[in-house]
Design a protein around this ligand. Structure first.
Ligand SMILES: [Zn+2]
Length: 267
């Protein structure tokens, strides 16, 4: 079986002690054939590109500005990002996050999100979408989908327009994402006991519409909660998905790997 972690932060300091061992030994042993590295602040772009250069054909970079990091953007950063994008497989993670409004207000987030969507449009890149609600208020999705409609034209050459990463919502939101040509990024949240609504939404969406991710070092799957997460947990996540959807884990691995390759246009 072959697995891909479609969303990781291996440049996080949590991996400073064993990044090399992970990438050279642990992950290939666990069946990982690639890991997509997210560089989502101006300070993370160059390191993400460097990591992909150090592990060619294994680490693929995604570059953008996470809503929380919008305040870090300076005038020179946008042209810099534009210059880096030909080497990236997607623009991300970008979107809206209403749990950090004290750091970046709605207006600033909206402005940054619009800029990133315009960039994805002109550069013909898929998007990695980050949408996070505060509590039970799903307004952030409404705002997000409205912005997508207004600011974004996905390239018709893409098989998938992007991914709603860290899917953590109801089928209602899943459906809207699928209608926009997005896949759903499934991670540890899918495995947590209280999150039956996520599993139900994923079941309705179907195996065909999901890809697997860790979002490491965070969100370790059930049974490993509290520990540092890393891409070697992807097979465990695949098993959770297989059990819940009542299919073989080989099928989950095959479909998710193929979808991830299509999304990011891997060679
Ligand atoms: Zn992330």
């Amino acid at each position: 079986m072959q697995f891909i972690d479609s969303h990781a932060h291996l440049n996080d300091p949590a991996f400073d002690q064993d990044r090399e061992t992970l990438l050279r030994t642990v992950l290939p042993h666990a069946g990982l054939v690639a890991s997509v590295e997210i560089g989502c602040s101006p300070q993370e772009w160059q390191p993400a590109l460097d990591l992909s250069q150090k592990y060619p054909g294994f680490v693929y970079p995604v570059l953008g500005v996470h809503p929380e990091y919008a305040p870090l953007m300076q005038a020179s950063h946008l042209p810099q990002l534009k210059g880096f994008l030909p080497r990236a497989v997607a623009v991300g993670e970008i979107g809206l996050d209403y749990t950090c409004l004290d750091i970046a207000g709605k207006e600033l987030q909206q402005q940054m999100f619009s800029q990133m969507l315009q960039l994805a449009t002109t550069e013909r890149k898929p998007i990695v979408l980050h949408v996070r609600r505060a509590g039970e208020d799903y307004d952030v999705y409404e705002d997000c989908f409205n912005t997508l409609k207004r600011e974004w034209v996905p390239s018709p050459t893409l098989t998938h327009a992007g991914v709603l990463h860290c899917f953590c919502a109801r089928y209602e939101e899943a459906k809207r994402a699928l209608d926009q040509g997005l896949l759903l990024g499934i991670n540890g949240c899918f495995t947590y006991k209280k999150n039956e609504y996520i599993r139900e939404a994923v079941k309705k969406a179907g195996l065909d519409k999901i890809i697997l991710e860790t979002d490491c070092p965070y969100l370790s799957p059930q049974g490993k909660r509290g520990q540092r997460n890393d891409p070697s947990n992807i097979p465990l996540l695949a098993q959770f998905v297989a059990d819940y959807l009542d299919v073989h884990v080989e099928e989950v691995a095959a479909v998710a790997t193929q979808r991830t390759k299509q999304l990011y246009c891997f060679p």
